[in-house]
Design a protein around this ligand. Structure first.
Ligand code: ZN
Length: 502
């Protein structure tokens, strides 16, 4: 296959999508809010250009005159481009315009509704957005359920039958565990809310993320309202965090989380740089990780499977105490370890702990599926939300702001991304189980603050491949099995049984 014909088009896509990420990073880290309208136009213009490159006759011609090849990477390049072209050709520009106009009005309506805790103000907008998403799903196409068409953008190839089975199995074991934990005596957590000066937090977290393997030579750490990781290329992978001076967890675990995302991007094989295998051509986003779920597995692995263990803090707690002698001087490592893993029922997804987070996700996935297939009506959301929250976590929201109005996703027209958080948790457990079983040096390393054996395993089996493999291909190759929720449930049961002496 003559790759040279494709090169100028792939170069154009690479530069456009990398530049969009650069502009987005700047919007969240440096830009004065007064520039947001102009920045929106700039990003919209560049995204339009990327889409034009993809659906151009010139690119299709270049693909059509290429000889067939037995080189698997060349075949994948062709397939990736053909799939992306087909996807973008299915959705007419008029429908995209309709969506962005709807979203433009829906977002301020959502903000107002949230402020007044009145779902009714957002209801007509959400009804229109659901209608547009349904039409989009029909145009994109799916096997069994319109949700598949939308979730595909975040988790390529995901099926509703798989998700239903996955969450059903999760629910059967996780719900009784949650009930047992919440009935047990709650550990002390008050000291996590003492005073932790931001400058000291920054110093500590920068050292910690470097120790687990984040490369500052090819990255940087900044502040932003909502922490995130973003990569231009594998040589420029940035993370942000925020420091709450009255709650140590945000900066600490937010930092480890974003570093986990970044370590993935920094360790994709350099041979993939500049190819379509480090671009999401459906979502038009420069990202080398193969899906949202696999990406989330890497952040959760470092945040939870490593960063919330006693072994980890046996190695780092003395340094933390030195940084914050007033706040933690009278607290020992066991107390700290129990506190950072404490669980309680919560109303807000983004504040939920490791044990309850998946219930928030499951509720949203069920609602999104129902809205798309018509079995749930938008007007019934507040009542349905209250009913499911009470069933899953034993709490009911006192108003709509802390109920169905809490997430920004729907007013932005984003449907189908929620499952990836829980898929990521489960994948993290399966990767960790496999890694530890394959080499005793990994578990031994973790006890001695030597993170290289684990990071190397992840690079060899996950990171280096970029988007070459789909999430399910990657799971099978690296762990020998498709994603199974049992590894995650075993991990949760073992962890919380011991922590809460159940
Ligand atoms: Zn994340």
């Amino acid at each position: 296959m003559n790759q040279n014909l494709l090169a100028p088009h792939v170069d154009a896509l690479t530069c456009l999508l990398n530049t969009i990420n650069q502009l987005n990073w700047d919007s969240s880290v440096n830009m004065p809010a007064s520039a947001s309208e102009a920045r929106g136009r700039q990003i919209g213009f560049l995204s339009g250009m990327a889409q034009d490159v993809l659906v151009s006759d010139a690119l299709s011609r270049a693909l059509s005159v290429m000889e067939s090849s037995s080189d698997p990477y060349a075949i994948q390049t062709r397939e990736t481009l053909e799939n992306a072209i087909a996807h973008h050709r299915k959705i007419p520009k008029a429908l995209l315009r309709e969506q962005s106009e709807l979203v433009g009005v829906a977002q301020p309506a959502w903000i107002a509704a949230r402020q007044k805790a009145d779902f009714g103000l957002f209801l007509p907008h959400l009804e229109k957005i659901v209608d547009v998403k349904r039409r989009m799903a029909d145009l994109i196409g799916y096997d069994a359920h319109p949700y598949e068409a939308l979730a595909h953008e975040y988790e390529p190839g995901i099926k509703v039958s798989f998700l239903n089975d996955f969450f059903e199995r999760l629910k059967v074991r996780q719900q009784p565990l949650i009930r047992k934990v919440h009935a047990a005596e709650r550990p002390r957590t008050d000291f996590l809310r003492r005073t932790f000066p931001a400058a000291k937090q920054r110093e500590f977290i920068a050292r910690l993320v470097k120790e687990i393997g984040y490369d500052f030579e090819r990255g940087r750490l900044d502040l932003s309202t909502h922490p995130f990781e973003i990569s231009m290329t594998r040589d420029d992978v940035r993370i942000t965090t925020r420091f709450n001076e009255n709650f140590i967890n945000s900066g600490l675990f937010g930092g480890l989380h974003e570093a986990g995302h970044a370590i993935y991007e920094q360790n994709v094989s350099p041979t993939l740089s500049g190819t379509v295998h480090v671009l999401d051509l459906i979502g038009l986003y420069a990202v080398a990780g193969t899906s949202y779920g696999v990406h989330e597995s890497q952040s959760r692995l470092w945040e939870n499977q490593v960063g919330r263990t006693l072994g980890f803090w046996n190695n780092h707690y003395a340094q933390l105490q030195q940084a914050f002698p007033d706040a933690l001087g009278d607290i020992d490592v066991q107390q700290f370890h129990r506190a950072i893993n404490a669980s309680q029922p919560s109303l807000i997804r983004v504040e939920a702990d490791e044990l309850t987070y998946d219930m928030h996700v499951m509720l949203r996935v069920e609602i999104e599926m129902g809205l798309l297939d018509g079995s749930i009506q938008v007007k019934d959301l507040p009542a349905l939300w209250a009913q499911k929250m009470s069933e899953y976590l034993g709490v009911t929201p006192p108003n709509d702001s802390v109920g169905p109005l809490q997430d920004i996703h729907w007013c932005k027209g984003l449907f189908g991304s929620f499952p990836t958080y829980t898929l990521g948790n489960a994948m993290a457990a399966q990767f960790m189980h496999t890694a530890k079983a394959s080499d005793p040096a990994i578990a031994q390393g973790l006890q001695k603050a030597n993170y290289a054996p684990l990071k190397n395993w992840l690079t060899t089996h996950v990171h280096q491949y970029g988007r070459i493999y789909t999430p399910s291909q990657l799971m099978e190759r690296s762990t020998g099995s498709v994603l199974r929720v049992d590894y995650y449930l075993d991990y949760l049961e073992e962890k919380y049984t011991s922590l809460y002496h159940l």
